[in-house]
Design a binder for this molecule. Structure first.
Ligand code: GLU
Ligand code: MG
Length: 469
């Protein structure tokens, strides 16, 4: 279980001693450096790194980094908002030693996610990992625990070829969707990937070739939400690192090739009371307890606004097409893959462990800390208000006429960043949970991304973001 307490200047009790022990242990295993990682507002993983011997000092006093990264765009340009995006100030990155791990895909390196503190020792209000820790902490105060997992889809390519058919993307394998051929073509890569993740203590549930050209998917076991977000970053770094050792490029971009099926980052989340999964064994539809139904209804109501966190990139809106398994309609269904919210009940006999909600429309341009924090805040708000789910949807909503959709109260999720921001800016639950600095960063960065691609054709948008996430 990830600690929910903020880091403190001088180090949390016992942590500096632990850092000294880690220096010994990791040094004996050939580790030389530690990557200190966080995710910015645009969804980009930014890092600093220190030599291993500096770990105790960094555990005490952190390592410096400018707050300007809160308003970086995915192409590294910077947007200025009213209070953010200036060259002033400094923050301290504090590694969390619980998830610190040596990187099997990058021998010589260890990795740890960080929380960001101000130089006065208070939590930086723009720190997304802190936001998620606090959201989970608030749930815990009300007696609820949460479990989450983020699925990872990615396309595996070789160097782009401008002459290639798919906008220059050259898939590294040619076998069919879910095809055994693909696994044969990339057998060493896939085996090395599983080995690296096992060595890093990541519980992989499944690895399979996916639908789109060169696409694969990997799913991991559920954990507490902070660990799930950390793991999403770590697993992607490992997928990339192992790929590089095999001469492969990997793309987690929502849309790798405009018009095709994209990469999703489906989020699974469930609410528990102690050891009891509230999504199973209850007296509501599909075994939900009233609390789980309230949580699900809170998420459902918030989906259009949550798009500012779940689908933040111009590339996201190329992926969000009806009938592409991306779940572009704000509705829910039992095991319905075209609904943005899919109720997963799991196998009979196992439902008390397995039942959960899947938020399908999310992608991997999302900052996983912001997204999970937003989901927890909106779900809990629904639970507290005792919200009820509307009727469920079966089949693909895309087959229904506009008037039928309207009668059923089903709307399509935002189709662009501007619409997404309008929904976000009028959803108080989310705005209050995030607080003004994060809201300012999110709106500033999203507007910046939209301005960056204004007038570009879809193929050019896909290409601009293909290799950045
Ligand atoms: N690749 C699809 C997406 O964009 C998801 C496929 C699936 O259902 O796993 O979300
Ligand atoms: Mg999939």
């Amino acid at each position: 279980m990830t600690t929910l307490a903020d880091p403190v200047p001088g180090g949390r009790p016992g942590e500096v001693e632990r850092a000294h022990r880690l220096v010994e242990e990791l040094g004996a295993r050939g580790v030389h450096g530690v990557v200190l990682a966080y995710v910015d507002t645009a969804g980009i993983n930014r890092v600093k790194s220190v030599p291993l011997g500096r770990l105790p000092a960094v555990t005490r006093w952190g390592v410096g980094m400018s707050p300007v990264f809160d308003t970086f765009l995915a192409d590294d340009s910077i947007v200025a908002t009213e209070h953010l995006g200036t060259p002033d100030g400094d923050l301290r990155l504090y590694p969390d030693l619980d998830p610190l791990v040596s990187l099997a895909g990058q021998p010589g390196w260890a990795w740890a996610p960080v929380d960001r503190l101000t130089q006065d020792g208070t939590a930086h209000p723009g720190c997304s990992r802190t936001f998620l820790r606090h959201a989970v902490g608030q749930a815990a105060e009300q007696g609820y625990a949460l479990r989450a997992a983020i699925e990872i889809e990615w396309a595996i390519g070789r160097s782009d070829d401008p002459e290639a058919a798919d906008g220059g993307f050259v898939p590294a394998c040619t076998g069919p969707a879910y095809g055994g051929n693909r696994l044969v073509e990339l057998t060493d890569y896939a085996a090395d990937l599983l080995a690296a993740l096992a060595a890093q203590g990541v519980d992989v549930d499944q690895l399979h070739p996916e639908y789109a050209a060169g696409q694969f998917e990997l799913s991991v076991a559920a954990t507490d939400p902070v660990a799930a977000a950390d793991r999403s970053v770590l697993v992607r770094q490992t997928i990339r690192a192992v790929g590089q050792r095999h001469g492969l490029r990997v793309s987690f971009a929502p849309s790798v090739v405009a018009g095709g099926v994209g990469n999703g980052g489906h989020v699974h989340v469930s609410v528990w009371r102690g050891d009891r999964n509230l999504h199973a064994g209850g007296d509501q539809r599909y075994g939900m307890t009233p609390e789980a139904e309230g949580f699900a209804a809170g998420v459902l109501a918030a989906l259009p606004a949550l798009s500012a966190l779940a689908t933040p990139s111009p590339s996201s809106y190329l992926r969000l097409q009806p009938s592409h398994w991306a779940g572009v309609y704000a509705c829910w269904g039992h095991e319905t893959r075209e609904a943005a919210l899919r109720l997963v009940t799991g196998m009979v006999g196992h439902r008390d462990r397995a039942a959960n909600l899947e938020v399908k429309f999310a992608d991997l341009a999302a900052n996983p800390y912001l997204l999970l924090g937003g989901l927890v805040a909106c779900g809990l708000a629904g639970l507290q208000r005792g919200l009820r789910l509307p009727p469920e949807v079966t089949g693909d909503p895309a087959r229904l006429a506009e008037s039928e959709l309207a009668d059923l109260g089903i709307r399509r999720l935002p189709t662009g960043i501007e619409e997404s921001l309008r929904e976000f800016c009028r959803y108080p639950v989310l705005l209050e949970a995030l607080g003004p600095p994060l809201v300012e960063a999110i709106t500033g960065v999203r507007r910046g991304e939209a301005a960056r691609v204004a007038g570009l054709e879809p193929a050019a948008v896909a290409e601009a973001y293909r290799w950045v996430y």
